[in-house]
Each structure stands twice: as structure tokens, then as C-alpha cells.
Design a protein. Structure first.
Length: 143
């Protein structure tokens, strides 16, 4: 069986800290795989907010997720605070990728918990069709 392998970029344009809540813990006593997707969503929302955007207004268009990949590296537990780093990359005519690095501090060192990637498509929610990637945003993220 082929395993998912995500090549992370060498640097990220945004980082935020997200605490792990008791409601994030599953019956195995650690963060569930479904919760990692929710953590990515929170990191994406904070990333967009930091740059003055939302998922519904990304330079005049919306966005929708087309695919997701998560490579689990280490467990997360209640009380951990993850540092979620995000980078926008791979811009095309109508789509782009967001890379995520989820880490936690253990004994003064950052330990990688997950590497993630979402494929995002620019999307017009009124017409229910793909939309062009906004040129002004392309210039902002490719400088």
C-alpha cells in the first residue's frame, strides 16, 4: 500500500497557536484523526483573517476544498498547544494549495505532529462554478 508523503516547504508565511481541548480527544485518549482536519480548518481561518480574507471573500471570490492529505507523525493530547504553520502555494488559474505543519513543544523542542495539504479551488457560490484565482492575491503571495 502506498503511503501519503507530503513534502513541506522550507518556510511558512503564517503561524498560530491552537490549544487542544478535552472535546478533541477520542476514545484512544489522543486527538482523533477527524479533529486534525478541524485543526487545519481553524489554522486556515486564522491564516485568511491575518491577511484580510475569508473563505467566502478571497479577493472577490470564494474558495472550496477539493482534496486533503494528512500525514500523521506523533500523537496530540489534551493540554498540548500546537503551533500550526500555513503557506499558500502552487497557484494555478483557478486553484492553489495550502500546506500545514502542526507541531507541539516537548522538552523545549518542537515535535512534528502532522504534515498536511489541502487543494483549494476558487469558487463562486452564487453561480456554483469555479472562478479565476484573483490576480491581486497572486501578486501578494508570489512576491
Amino acid at each position: 500500500m502506498a503511503r501519503v508523503k507530503i513534502e513541506l516547504p522550507s518556510s511558512f508565511s503564517f503561524s498560530t497557536v491552537i490549544p487542544i481541548r478535552i472535546t478533541d480527544i477520542n476514545y484512544g485518549g489522543h486527538v482523533g484523526n477527524d479533529t486534525v482536519l478541524l485543526l487545519m480548518h481553524e489554522a486556515r481561518m486564522q491564516f485568511l483573517h491575518h491577511f484580510g480574507f475569508t473563505e467566502m471573500n478571497f479577493g472577490g471570490t470564494g474558495m472550496i476544498m477539493s482534496d486533503v492529505a494528512i500525514e500523521f507523525k506523533n500523537e496530540l493530547f489534551y493540554g498540548d498547544a500546537i503551533t500550526a504553520s500555513v503557506l499558500l502555494s502552487e497557484i494555478s488559474k483557478v486553484s492553489f494549495a495550502l500546506y500545514y505543519k502542526l507541531e507541539k513543544e516537548v522538552n523545549g523542542r518542537m515535535l512534528l505532529a502532522a504534515t498536511c495539504r489541502t487543494g483549494m479551488v476558487c469558487y463562486n457560490y452564487e453561480t456554483k462554478k469555479m472562478a479565476p484565482f484573483p490576480e491581486a492575491i497572486k501578486q501578494q503571495f508570489t512576491q
